[in-house]
Design a protein around this ligand. Sequence first.
Ligand code: CA
Length: 426
Amino acid sequence: MSLKANDPSRKTWLDLPENTDFPIQNIPFGVFLTRDDIITIGTRIGDYAIDLGALHQLGYFKDIPLTEDIFLQDSLNDFIADGRKTWRAVRNRVAELFDATNNELKSNEKDKETILFTLDEIEMQMPVQVGDYTDFYSSKEHATNVGKMFRDPENALLPNWLHAPIGYHGRSSSIVPSGIPLHRPQGQKLPKGASEPIFGPTRHLDFELEMAFVTTASNHLGEPIPSEDAENYIFGMVLFNDWSARDLQKWEYQPLGPFLGKNFGSALSPWIVTLDALEPFRVEGPKPVKKLLPYLETKGKKSFDISLSVAITPDRGEETIITKSNFKYMYWNMSQQLAHHTVNGCPVNSGDLMASGTISGPTPESYGSMLELSWNGSKPVKLNDGQERRFIEDKDTVTLRGYCQNHEVRIGFGEVSTRILPVFKS
Ligand code: CA
């Protein structure tokens, strides 16, 4: 099926703000609560949220084979499980309905009233019920920086790193959408020079600038997904802030890896941008340094040029952008990650979330965490109002943004924003 929805010359009859992340060529998917307290699946064009459940009930999708309640759900899992053909048909139809030359819906005031919402009338929810969450560690720059700080500057990358996309299984219960605040976590940590741990609030609270992809039902138990097929099972991508408590992490991570320093919260942008919408922004990723095992080989442009940024806003203060990176720096691409994840027969389901790992670029201005930006607290990061940050403080808000842009179109992800609250008190 052709990607008619991507036609860069298409204009919509809706009013669009300038430089919107959500032109008619984007058509992302999300879940929201309406002014009447109804939960529905929707899409977004400009600053309008569009109720796909209502559109379907009004008969606007009658030529697409969809079950009656496919959009009347509190998650996208069933829609995603329907597969790529359905996602494409729905995106194409939405593009057609909102096309400036189409009067079907444009001239029907009553239907427009039912299906269109301004953003202040809705509340975004988690787009999927995340069954399993996996976090990769696929930025060579990030892995090198961490290796330099905590191990051996001469051999910063561990021997396995250049041979496989390293990852660990995270926890899905604490993944939240943008706007939900998180409490500063507490836990065990080992003070410098001490031989016994103490308990208390983390002093090294950090963000991780990541993106994550959402999968459809992909394989049966025992069945690997070949790298060349992997993209067929990727629905789309979101911005992802994988919150981390470095002091807790440092004490606990050996020998089994991340645990309580990671699973207290991760936040995502609520609109899933489809891989189809990102098509014009394909680029080749970095060339492999080592010869890859055949199951990890990929051909062609398997990465995407996505500009990323992180901002800190102190309590009642102004925002400072503290880093700018790009998804294209990722050493391992999503096809390699999914092929590696399933090569042993591990099944992947609809709504599973796979995060990239911190996306650091080659220069200090493009590092994807406070750990790297402040070099483990040794170089404070200056904010516009004169304050300094080594790590994230209470009442700080951290906002990740991302978009793709060429001379024809801008496809963006919006943002994921999280405010940090003081330690939880009962
Ligand atoms: Ca991470």
